[in-house]
Design a protein around this ligand. Structure first.
Ligand SMILES: NC(=O)c1ccc[n+]([C@@H]2O[C@H](COP(=O)([O-])OP(=O)(O)OC[C@H]3O[C@@H](n4cnc5c(N)ncnc54)[C@H](OP(=O)(O)O)[C@@H]3O)[C@@H](O)[C@H]2O)c1
Length: 306
């Protein structure tokens, strides 16, 4: 076994462990520290839209645990405060700022507040998004009766609600020639899910946008600006509860059961299942990765159903 370059004189014999065994522990520990550093976000400022949501709040906590100063953006003051308090009580640094991702003025005001407070932005997570019941076909609502306002809102929230924050915060990355953007797509982006027409189309557009932005930022600003996305599988949250569970009994709907049958891991995701992939994608651990959409889905996408 060779330890080329190791400082062997700093590794004495200890407590009956031979010098060679001790050198091996030293080597492994040093490599483990280097490996942890690869994923660390110490000193980075991470802005997360939808930081007040079920998935976004868990991602906010995860970013803080990895060392980032987290800016939780959302419209709901109570939920913003709850996430910030959680992070602070765990010893992390976080601030909540009111922001509507569909309103450029609101985004610019949020950016000004972030820059005043932290001086820069390093990471943008575009977590705001979701579906609406009145934009979803059902036995009570046919495709032909879907209200234009509802469809328009869902498409705008998921698509423009990702593009507009990227314009506003991405400008900081373009100026300093460094930064990371992470979008949130969905399983319905690859093959559209029944019923959720506007949501599926908008999430497909997120995959396209992710690739477009990755190339654009690299070619026009810096190869040190990366843009990727995650495509979560099925997580039981407020936006899909009405589709996956019966309102009165809480039992799984036929759709909920079908999803589980098509998920080889046989369960819905837990929000914490997303954290490791997100930290990988926003840290130096993925520094040669840009323009990809990573499924985090318990195998849903890989399974043909047969
Ligand atoms: N749950 C799933 O199974 C699943 C699967 C795949 C993808 N996703 C995606 O994951 C993301 C988070 O979903 P979730 O399940 O955690 O949903 P959620 O709990 O409903 O959270 C949605 C978030 O979006 C924010 N938001 C909505 N409209 C906004 C607006 N106009 N301006 C600013 N923020 C706005 C909400 O914040 P405020 O209300 O405080 O503004 C909230 O933080 C979404 O993009 C969703 O499409 C979810």
């Amino acid at each position: 076994m060779s330890f080329t370059g190791e400082k062997t004189q700093e590794v004495p014999e200890l407590f009956g462990i031979t010098k060679e065994e001790n050198m091996w522990h030293y080597h492994v520990e040093r490599k483990a520290t280097e490996m942890k550093d690869l994923f660390a976000l110490h000193g980075k400022v991470a802005v997360i839209t939808g930081g007040t949501g079920v998935l976004g709040s868990e991602l906010s906590r995860g970013l803080a645990q990895a060392g980032a100063k987290v800016v939780v953006l959302g419209r709901d003051e109570g939920r913003r405060a709850a996430v910030v308090t959680d992070i602070q009580q765990a010893g992390g640094e976080a601030v909540g700022i009111a922001c509507d991702v569909l309103n450029q003025e609101s985004l610019l005001a949020a950016k000004a507040e972030v820059l005043e407070r932290f001086g820069t932005v390093d990471i943008l997570v575009n977590g705001a998004g979701g579906n609406r019941k009145d934009a979803t076909t059902s036995p009570d609502l046919s495709f032909f009766d879907l209200p234009q306002e509802a469809l328009d809102y869902v498409v705008r929230l998921n698509f423009m609600g990702t593009l507009l924050p990227t314009q506003v915060f991405g400008q900081v990355f373009a100026e300093k020639k460094e930064g990371v953007i992470l979008n949130v797509s969905s399983m319905s982006s690859y093959q559209p899910m029944t019923n959720v027409i506007g949501y599926s189309a908008a999430k497909a557009a997120i995959n396209n946008l992710t690739m477009w932005l990755a190339v654009h930022f690299c070619k026009h600003y810096s190869p040190n600006i990366r843009v990727n996305a995650i495509a979560p599988g099925f997580f039981l949250t407020e936006q899909n509860r009405f589709l996956l569970t019966e309102e009165k009994t809480g039992e799984l709907t036929q759709r909920g059961r079908t999803i589980l049958e098509h998920t080889p891991m046989g369960r819905f995701g837990e929000p914490s299942d997303l954290v490791g992939t997100v930290i990988w994608l926003v840290s130096d651990a993925s520094k040669f990765v840009t323009g990809v959409v990573v499924p985090v889905d318990g195998g849903f996408m890989a399974f043909s159903g047969v």
